[in-house]
Design a protein around this ligand. Structure first.
Ligand code: ATP
Ligand code: MG
Length: 585
């Protein structure tokens, strides 16, 4: 570990929500966390009630809940009371369309206010909400709607014509399509959403959902293969709430910007639910990533807590290589990252550019909420994902030949990252994939499929996905370590490392590198990077070959698709590409 720890100042520790990690871990119980929420008047639990109604009933209705910034910089503000009314109208509309408890409501929308009304309204109505990325093509949309047997789709007129209309008639479960932004009369078999909402009753008694009722169906990112549909229930809100406070340091009144699209789980758990249950004001930007725009949002909106992802951070670093204007963000208190390993370089860059480090945290669609995190009051070891949240028991396990697992206790021993089931937001199943779901649980552990190590201070270090780990001449090589070393080089903007079959070593390491703007990947630079990696990692672990790429293939949620680089290199089938982002960027 070459990166020195980033120490937290005593005043920052004292101000943090979670001040004393060990004490909090010892004291924590999920029952106590549940008691912080209100629950429904006649028992039961509903995510939207905790996110909206509870605040309004407690007299906090006038507080800003959502500030939406349109592509053209139009701003629309919604207080907690106003957002509740919109969600109520949406819930009433669903009821008037015959939607009943457990029915599936899908959204296929850009980040528009209606997406937020639909998510919260569907939950209020006791329906199951599934958000899809608006950039998905027709096939991935159709496949996901078929898996979940969608009953209602909320989309825009443009997206409907382009992506849904041609096959809609074949989907018998789909009873109603609601369209945002209808230019004139709604197309046959659809309903214009805005006028229907305006007509709907603004009062609604939230459905009496039980904690174990299904609330959300989320598809995984598709980084390792065909996406799975993870089932989540209303009780997940207990985890959303308390992890937002502990891991993201959310406090009532914060101005919070989660840059993730609700098309994947972060944009819902921490882009809608957790911030609202914690009484913060959400910033939502409709536009796609743009370094200058992001700078201006952080500054002009006085964002206090910012939750983003490694890909975005690396893109900002790329711009920084040419424009080192420091960010003027005195209001910003806490910055966090999720989705992919965050290179130590990027953590430390946070201090240079923003005056504070990024706090990496780890979780999955399946876990429903943050499981391992760098906390506000804790020193950061750059490159580590942090420590398990209070209420979460993590371990490093090895799989044994008899199909069982054994925990490995030795510091920095490599194994699979595993969690003891029992936290409220754990998935309740992969829809229609019972066997696959069952295989995730062995010997009282939930097995994550990620490899990691734990040091003697209890910090976890991501090594790679089990599928991506490289076995070369008797060494187990984690792609993340090699990628991070390449990232240390001033010319490198992004790196991805894979193993290629080799008759002598079993596998050899190959790296793909995208360079910072204006640099040319020539033979001299290739040799320099190979030399740098050999010096830092030793010949056994360093890449044997480096290829330059303009961009690396990524999922829509911003994850590098190493499996695709490998398939292309070996001339193998490319597999499920439904979540692949266009590689133009
Ligand atoms: P699929 O399961 O369909 O292949 P996916 O695993 O990428 O896709 P998600 O649930 O969106 O789908 O992502 C969870 C995964 O993302 C984790 O299992 C881990 O591999 C990676 N990840 C998330 N956060 C971190 C982090 N902080 N450090 C390292 N890896 C992370
Ligand atoms: Mg996964």
């Amino acid at each position: 570990m070459t990166w020195p720890p980033i120490r937290k100042a005593p005043q920052d520790r004292a101000a943090a929500n979670l001040k004393d990690y060990e004490a909090e871990v010892a004291d924590f119980s999920w029952a106590a966390a549940r008691a912080e929420l209100q629950g429904l008047p006649q028992g039961g639990l509903n995510i939207a009630h905790e996110a909206l109604d509870r605040h309004v009933q407690a007299g906090r209705g006038a507080q800003l809940a959502l500030r939406w910034i349109g592509r053209d910089d139009t701003v629309r503000d919604f207080t907690y009371a106003e957002l509740t009314i919109q969600a109520n109208r949406f819930a009433n509309l669903l009821l008037s369309l015959g939607v009943s408890r457990g029915d599936r409501v899908y959204s296929l929308l850009g980040r528009t206010p209606e997406l937020y009304f639909a998510a919260l309204g569907a939950l209020k109505a006791g329906a199951v909400f599934t958000p899809l990325f608006s950039a998905f093509g027709p096939e991935p949309i159709r496949a996901r709607m078929e898996i979940g047997q969608a009953n209602v789709l909320v989309t825009s007129e443009t997206l409907y014509h382009r992506k849904v209309e041609s096959w809609r008639g074949e989907m018998t479960s789909l009873r109603q399509v609601l369209l945002v932004d209808c230019s004139g009369e709604a197309p046959a078999g659809t309903l214009a959403l805005e006028p229907a909402l305006a007509r709907a009753d603004p009062d609604f008694a939230t459905a009496q959902t039980a904690p174990e009722d299904m609330a959300l169906l989320h598809f995984t990112s598709g980084t390792t293969g065909r996406p799975k549909g993870a089932v989540h229930v209303h009780e997940a809100v207990v985890a959303h709430h308390v992890t937002g406070r502990n891991a993201l340091d959310l406090r009532p009144g914060d101005i919070y910007w989660c840059t993730a699209d609700p098309g994947w789980v972060t944009g819902t758990s921490y882009g809608i639910i957790s911030p609202l249950t914690n009484g913060v004001s959400l910033i939502v930007d409709e536009a796609e990533f743009d370094a200058e725009r992001w700078r201006s949002i952080l500054q002009a909106q006085s964002v206090t807590v910012w939750y983003t992802a490694p890909t975005a951070i690396r893109m900002l670093m790329k711009v920084w290589a040419q424009d080192r204007r420091p960010y003027e963000v005195p209001a910003l208190r806490f910055m966090a990252s999720v989705g992919e390993p965050l290179n130590p370089e990027a953590v430390v860059w946070g201090v240079e550019a923003f005056g504070r480090p990024f706090h990496d945290n780890w979780w999955q669609t399946e876990t429903g909420g943050i499981m391992i995190a760098n906390f506000a009051a804790m020193d950061i070891k750059p490159g580590s994902m942090g420590r398990p949240l209070p209420g979460v028991t993590a371990g490093i396990v090895e799989r044994l030949p008899d199909g069982l697992v054994r925990e490995v206790d030795k510091p920095m021993a490599l194994g699979e990252l595993a969690l003891r089931p029992g936290w409220p937001s754990i998935m309740r199943g992969y829809l229609h994939e019972e066997e696959r779901f069952r295989k995730c649980f062995v010997g009282g552990w939930y097995l994550s499929g990620d490899l990691a190590m734990r040091d003697s201070d209890g910090y976890y270090w991501f090594v790679g996905r089990a599928d991506d780990v490289i076995k070369s001449a008797g060494h187990l090589i984690g792609p993340f370590e090699v990628e991070s070393v390449l990232m240390e080089h001033a010319a490198v903007a992004e790196a991805a490392v894979i193993g290629l079959p080799d008759p002598i070593s079993g596998e050899v390491v190959k790296a793909y590198v995208a360079l910072k703007p204006g640099l040319v990947g020539d033979e001299a630079l290739r040799r320099e990077l190979l030399g740098h990696a050999r010096k830092r990692l030793g010949a056994a672990v360093a890449p044997k070959d480096i290829a330059f790429r303009q961009n690396l293939p990524k999922t829509r949620s911003g994850k590098i698709m190493r499996r695709l680089l490998k398939a292309r290199e070996l001339g193998l089938p490319e597999g499920d590409l439904s979540t692949l982002e266009s590689e133009e960027r």
